[in-house]
Design a protein around this ligand. Sequence first.
Ligand code: SF4
Length: 235
Amino acid sequence: MKKSLLGIYNKLYGRFGAQDWWPGDSAFEVIVGAILTQNTAWANVEKAIYNLKKHKLLSSEKLSRTKPSKIADLIRPSGYYNIKTCRLLNFINYLNTEYGGDLKRMFKQKADALRKRLLGIKGIGPETADSILLYAGDKPVFVVDAYTKRIFSRYGLLSEGASYDEIQRLFLHNLPKSVKLYNEYHALIVRAGKDWCRKNPKCSLCSLQKGCRYAKTLIKNTSKDIEKAEIAIAN
Ligand code: SF4
């Protein structure tokens, strides 16, 4: 398993190179991005963050003094803007109450303890909490998303019904504990999912095709279809 996971990483890195994640000028911006990116494309999050920056509101202090309706208006491009406003404010409220608004103090905690606390905030699920820990807090935590599940189950290393925690354990137990590696690996998975492993996968373009169970089945079925068609023509 270790060999397979590192082999996949090397193939993806060899094809795409460094992804320079997560885009953001500060840890707070990364956290805002992690909350706003739920159920939407990153391009929409960029517009919302641009609006917050334009109004000089991209800080926990300023956002906590801003009317929720105004925040909702500014983050509207990211979709579900009322819900996301509540989620942002829930996080900011937690940060202010527990750590006096100081992210450095928050990130002084051990990853496991902080993860539990982040998951206790309404609207912060495992993927968002882990993105915050890894990309804003430099904690060695592996982020799992829908692309991770799809690629690794199609490849044959995961069952389709694997839970978030099971998938995360697979990576944590089989990769060296490294913030740099986890950061790059997740970003590469997202890139591979967007470019190749879509709902209708583009296996012929994918660098993982050689070892992938799904691609092998696809090739086998296609050859059978061709064979059948040739027999039909001959008859
Ligand atoms: S070969 Fe196809 S199914 Fe396998 S990971 Fe690549 S795109 Fe996905």
